[in-house]
Design a protein around this ligand. Structure first.
Ligand code: PHE
Length: 341
C-alpha cells in the first residue's frame, strides 16, 4: 500500500472493527486473516513498515497500530464467544434431542373459583373489597353481636395474637368495617383468608378462604336475599342446580339460613361426596341483624340487608370432585398440572 499514508491505512483498519463486531462465523474468520494474517494482514503490514518511518511518525503510528491490534484481537475473541453462545456450534449440539417442555404457570383452582365468584357478583353491582387478617375482638365478635362470653365466640376456636387481637375467624368483620365507613346502598364481596384452630384433615384446614357478601339498602327483603343467592348459584353451577335454604343460627343474622346446592356429582340422588344427602352446604347467610346495624352506625329502622359467607375451598372441591382438602394446599405439581389450560 505504498500510495496511501500510514494514517489512512490505520483508519481503514479501524473501520473494519465495526464490521467485525457483527460478522458471522465465516466472515469473522476472513477478517481475522485480512487484518492480522502473518503475511498479508493489513495491520501486520503496517506494523512491519513502522521501522521505516521517520522517527516522529514512527512513534505515533506505532502506538496507534499496537493499540488497534489489541482492540481487534479482543473484538474477535468477544465475537467468537457471542457466536458460540447464541447460535451454537453445530458440532456441539444434537439437534435431534427431544425438546424440554417449558413450565407453564396457571392460576390455582381455588383462586380461579374466587375470581369467578367475584366476577359474577361484580356484574350485578357488587364491589370487591378486603380487610385485615389480624383483627380486633371488637370487629371479629362484638360488633357482630357475638358477646365475648357467648358460646358463639367459642363456636369458632380462635387464634389469639395478643390480648384483644385475633386472627380473624371469618370475613364477617369486614361487614362491620364497611358499614362504618360507607353509607348505604352497600353491595360488596370480600374474599380473604380466615383462621381457626382446627386440625388439618380431609375436610378441615386451620387457614382457608372465605367470601363474604353484604347488601344494605332501603327495602331489602327476604325475597331479595333468596333471589340473590339463587341467581348466584345458577350462574356459578348451572341453570338447573336446585338450591335449598335451611333454617340456621348466626348471632349477626336474623333469620339465618344455611344454603345447600344439589350435589354436582350425583345430581341429587345421593353418593359418597354428599354422604347420600343429595345436597351440599355452600354457605351461611341471613338477613343482617338490627343490632349489627346499630353497632355500625346504620339506622335499622330505615335500612335492611342480607349477608352471606361461603368457602371457596369447599366449592372448588365440589366443582372438581376433589375428595381431600389437603390436595388444595400441598401444591404438588402432579395434582396442580390438571388445572393448566
Ligand atoms: N361468618 C359465618 C361463618 O364463618 C358465615 C356467615 C356470613 C353467616 C354472613 C351469615 C352471614 O360461618
Amino acid at each position: 500500500m505504498p500510495d496511501v499514508s500510514p494514517n489512512d491505512q490505520l483508519e481503514a483498519v479501524a473501520r473494519s472493527l465495526i464490521e467485525l463486531r457483527e460478522a458471522d462465523r465465516t466472515r469473522l474468520a476472513e477478517l481475522k486473516v485480512e487484518l492480522l494474517g502473518r503475511k498479508a494482514g493489513k495491520l501486520t503490514q503496517i506494523l512491519r513498515a513502522v521501522s521505516t518511518l521517520a522517527p516522529e511518525e514512527r512513534r505515533n503510528i506505532g502506538r496507534r497500530a499496537n493499540q488497534l491490534k489489541q482492540e481487534i484481537e479482543s473484538a474477535i475473541g468477544g465475537r467468537q464467544a457471542e457466536l458460540i453462545d447464541c447460535i451454537g456450534s453445530s458440532e456441539a449440539r444434537d439437534l435431534t434431542m427431544p425438546a424440554r417442555d417449558a413450565w407453564r404457570g396457571a392460576v390455582h383452582p381455588v383462586t380461579a373459583v374466587i375470581d369467578e365468584i367475584c366476577d359474577i357478583f361484580r356484574e350485578i353491582g357488587f364491589s370487591r373489597v378486603s380487610g385485615p387478617e389480624a383483627e380486633t375482638e371488637d370487629y371479629n365478635f362484638t360488633k357482630l353481636n357475638i358477646p365475648l362470653d357467648h358460646p358463639a365466640a367459642d363456636m369458632q376456636d380462635t387464634f389469639f395474637l395478643s390480648p384483644g387481637v385475633v386472627l380473624r375467624t371469618h370475613t364477617s368483620p369486614v361487614q362491620a368495617r364497611t358499614m362504618e365507613q360507607y353509607a348505604p346502598p352497600i353491595r360488596i364481596v370480600v374474599p380473604g383468608l380466615v383462621y381457626r384452630r382446627d386440625a388439618f384433615d380431609a375436610s378441615h384446614a386451620p387457614v382457608f378462604e372465605q367470601i363474604e357478601g353484604l347488601v344494605v339498602d332501603e327495602g331489602i327483603s327476604f325475597v331479595d336475599f333468596k333471589a340473590g343467592i339463587d341467581y348466584f348459584v345458577k350462574r356459578f353451577f348451572s341453570k338447573d342446580t336446585a338450591v335449598r335454604f335451611r333454617p340456621s343460627y348466626f348471632p349477626f343474622t336474623e333469620p339465618s339460613a344455611e344454603v345447600d346446592v344439589q350435589c354436582q356429582v350425583c345430581k341429587g340422588s345421593g353418593c359418597a361426596t354428599c354422604h347420600q344427602a343429595g345436597y351440599l352446604e355452600i354457605m351461611g347467610s341471613g338477613m343482617v341483624h338490627p343490632a349489627v346495624f346499630e353497632n355500625c352506625g346504620i339506622d335499622p329502622e330505615r335500612y335492611t340487608g342480607y349477608a352471606f359467607g361461603m368457602g371457596p375451598h369447599r366449592i372448588t372441591m365440589l366443582r372438581h370432585g376433589i375428595p381431600d382438602i389437603r390436595l388444595l394446599y400441598d401444591n404438588d405439581m402432579r395434582f396442580l398440572r390438571q388445572f393448566v389450560e
